[in-house]
Design a protein around this ligand. Sequence first.
Ligand code: ADP
Ligand code: ZN
Length: 655
Amino acid sequence: MSSSSTDPYADVVWDDAVAPPDEWAPPEDGWMPPPDESSSPRRASGRVVPGADPVAVLREVYGYAAFRGDQAAIIDQVVGGGDAVVLMPTGGGKSVTYQVPALVREGTGLVVSPLIALMHDQVDALRANGVRAAYLNSTQTPPERADVERAYANGELDMLYVAPERLNLAQTTALLRRGRLSVIAIDEAHCVSQWGHDFRPDYLALGDLDERFPGVPRMALTATATRATHRELTERLRLPDAKHYVASFDRPNIQYRIEPKVEPRKQLVQFIRSQHEGSAGIVYALSRKSVDQTAEYLRGQGIDALAYHAGLDASVRARHQSRFLREDGVVMVATIAFGMGIDKPDVRFVAHIDMPKSVEGYYQETGRAGRDGEPSVAWMAYGLGDVVQQRRLIDASPGDRTFKMRLGQHLDAMLALCETVGCRRQNLLGYFGETSEPCGNCDTCLQAPETWDGLVPAQKLLSTIVRLQRERGQAYGAGHLVDILRGANTERIVRFGHERLATYGIGADLSDQDWRSVIRQLLARGILVATGEYGTLALGDAAAGVLRGETDVPLRRDVLGRGGSRSSDRARKAAASEALDPADRDLFEALRSWRGGVAREAGVPAYVVFNDATLRALAEHRPASVDALDGISGIGAKKREAYGEAVLEVIAAAG
Ligand code: ADP
Ligand code: ZN
């Protein structure tokens, strides 16, 4: 594979501005001008006329008023025959950028997609909008595949989805040459990156698509935010002449909240209860055991929770995933094995009961909330145990020193995010090189954390560690050190004679919980380091200044359930219906239950029928005629025809 020597960043269109929140809201509050009938982009057959105006296609097929962000520019570039590399956060609207060119250009759009489940849902969603879409994969019988192949060769498909391994077969190349391709879109393009978190070897072979299908514009799309991956995928997929579109990675509809971990399962239940009843969510835990136990605990609390991890039978995993995708309001408790390609747009919350290894992991995982742009919450409980456990995992990992050092840096950045007294979003975006203002939609912005002077407690702790080390050559973990400081009378203290230490009992003014908070924060700042299998604490590089009293140690005061006041109102708004007037809420719920029935009957996920934003617009504007439905975002011609009457009945019945 050749690699290009040109700098892929030479002509990057950096979108520095953080997109203003209203750019992400449904256009004009759900309303848009009715389409101009005289310029319909479709033929009577339903086929979009090649060369049609992209905006007309967006309105007619998707029922959306206008492109947002870079969508129009990207579509222009590809419709004109150029290549494009698109970095856009989850929910940014990447699909439209390859689907519209596929509809507007002569031929069939080919989409390379890594997950079969994802393919099915995308094809269902496209068909619901009247687009002639199909996929080729191993779940089909040979006759089913033959049908799709015939339709493709006859030019009867607008879009065809395939997995990379299938595309790499010689017979698939031969088949595709029998028809005409309009565009090739490589979705989840970061999978080509060997060092990334989702590497798939089959992606490497996609580097020669330009030779296999000369003249067909190619697009690489991903929600990855790092420069290294960007550079790598541009080279490996051989896109030296592509235009690059890098959007802001802000997800303004996601509210970030991080609270200290005390009783994680209870806190989790409390958090889930603070959400709108029946919200779909994902709970991430580190170990399989913890996943199983948490799911069971939630079910015991009456929450519809399922488990997902690599230790479960494939059939169980598939069943749980399908329930999560298709039903309303299922909570999936999972390890990180559950994630990529979870295309469900109406996940209302992502909760972490264990801290992720890196800010990137946190961003990816929390990013699965609110793909539809509706208010959502990313919630995490984090504690001292997380820090110790992560350190232990790094120490025990098989890599060399440099590798471990890098893991250590990832962890430090994650800790800094957890302990910041500033805006969480600012910290998060800063990690990806974006500058921004305090967001007003994270826990620290909603309720500024109180700080207190932690210098003296820090000195007491450090000096205890130093004495134990110097006088007795001993090192201990947090639990025992806190016992010494608080003057506890444990068997261990007596056995080692630690009550004779000069610092014994000098920290009785702080509670156990306070001390753990102090230690956590000192770890996050490199004043302390945790080492070894038992997480014994030692002085960090920044400790000397503290011992000499030269470094200020402002600490964040832990507050539990920070959702308490204002923030919980905002958080509850995270349910689409709660953003509504109480009067409209009942109608929203009625529409939601109607949607559930239709989706079950058709065997498709609820959002394929209508997404939450569309239901909300319907509940607010209560259109009374089929014509008035044209004003609702997300209702294109096909859905108006399929569901229009039924929706009007639900609205009429609600009075
Ligand atoms: P991504 O693939 O980048 O995660 P999607 O393509 O799934 O994002 O789009 C996210 C959501 O936004 C979907 O519900 C999609 O239909 C909607 N959407 C995309 N473009 C527009 C637009 N121009 N106007 C309104 N909604 C849009
Ligand atoms: Zn903020």
